[in-house]
Design a protein around this ligand. Structure first.
Ligand code: SAH
Ligand code: SF4
Length: 345
């Protein structure tokens, strides 16, 4: 019988296991607390009797995110982690410090199969999904490393959350559990490239998270060129799903728009974008496109991005330019893993 990933189990599932083993109910709370604190072995669960630890070891394993590399920005307090998972696969997370506390950007998959042209994460395709416990382990490893408490989480690292939605939902339930890390869902953002059925499925849970849509283009012509996903679910279908999501959850959507020089940064594009999103409960987040070695996309100069932003605001949208953190450490996801893999070859 293969072992079970115990860090991915929810509190009520642990309670059931403890019950089935004929143990007192409080053991579930102890085990859950240790797992959420980020222990990497059953031996670290010091208030659990050795006999019980051995029993757990027989049927379960603890997924970990071991720090393989740590890049610290000299400009701000951003830290980029390259973690090694139990099977040797590499995963990236980025820890950022804001006035209101720490925020971490975590990965949901190893690699990605969506193949967006501007993104480093998709270059090698998808290796495998991450489990809910492995998403959690990225947070606890950073917390332990720095001796801090993280208050905000964004699912914007490697991978497409909607391509691994069951584990993402499980993660959201785990991380917000009051008996564990207790990070409120209002402090969590999930980003998707526009997997329409996933948006509908997520809306059924009615989580008070922020949903981010990586739009990046005002029309199908540009979007299909840079994002393969648009050939499956086009802009009309995507915007309809977003409107339905807002209606079902009452939550504002955040549209991400990576501004790429000569591709999507014209006045015409701003006008089209404003027409597309007008009247929606939403915010537009402009991201200066990050250069990736394997493609030729470039970000426009700062003035041009500011002009694009002003244009959107003049046309009635709520738009801002995202602050760039950790620009000296390749802080955008996918790039570090790619580099590390190249060095291994
Ligand atoms: N797969 C999900 C979440 C992870 S990607 C998604 O696509 O939404 C996180 C964000 O980074 C997305 O908005 C993505 O489009 C953006 N991104 C990827 N590569 C980028 C680059 N080179 N420059 C700027 N943004 C990039
Ligand atoms: Fe995948 Fe998102 Fe990168 Fe597209 S932008 S390849 S969906 S990680």
């Amino acid at each position: 019988m293969s072992k079970i990933d115990i860090r991915s189990l929810k509190f009520d599932e642990l309670q059931q296991i403890v019950k089935d083993l004929g143990l007192p109910a409080f053991r579930a709370g102890q085990i859950f607390k240790w797992l959420q604190l980020g222990v990497e072995s059953f031996d670290e669960m010091t208030d659990i009797p050795i006999k019980l630890r051995e029993k757990l070891q027989e049927g379960y394993y603890i997924v970990t995110a071991k720090i393989k590399k740590r890049l610290e920005s000299s400009i701000d307090d951003t830290v980029k982690y390259l973690y090694e998972m139990y099977d040797g696969e590499l995963v990236e997370s980025v820890l950022m410090k804001y006035n209101h506390g720490y925020s971490i950007c975590i990965s949901t998959q190893i690699g990605c199969r969506m193949g967006c042209r501007f993104c480093a994460s998709g270059l090698l395709g998808l290796s495998r999904n991450l489990s809910a416990g492995e998403m959690l382990a990225q947070i606890t490893a950073a917390q332990r490393d720095r001796g801090i408490r993280i208050s905000n989480v964004v699912l914007m690292g490697m991978g497409e959350p909607m391509d691994n939605l069951d584990e993402v939902v499980r993660f959201l339930e785990l991380v917000s559990d009051e008996r564990g890390l207790n990070i409120g869902l209002r402090h969590i953002s999930v980003s998707t490239s526009g997997v329409v059925p996933g948006i509908y499925k997520l809306s059924e849970y009615n989580f008070p998270i922020t949903l981010s849509i990586s739009l990046h283009a005002p029309n199908d012509k540009i979007r299909s060129e840079i994002m393969r996903v648009n050939r499956k679910w086009n802009i009309v279908e995507l915007i309809k799903a977003c409107k339905d999501y807002i209606k079902a959850t009452g939550r504002r959507i955040s549209f991400e728009y990576a501004v790429i020089s000569g591709v999507n940064d014209s006045d015409e594009a701003a006008k089209e974008l404003a027409g597309l999103l007008k009247g929606m409960l939403c915010h537009v987040n402009l991201i200066p496109a990050n250069p990736v070695k394997e493609n030729t996309y470039k970000k426009p100069d700062r003035k041009k991005i500011e002009h694009f932003c002003k244009k959107l605001c003049d046309l009635g949208l709520n738009a801002t330019i995202r602050r760039t953190l950790g620009s000296d450490i390749d802080a955008s996801c996918g790039q570090l893993r790619r580099k590390a893999k190249e060095e291994q070859l």
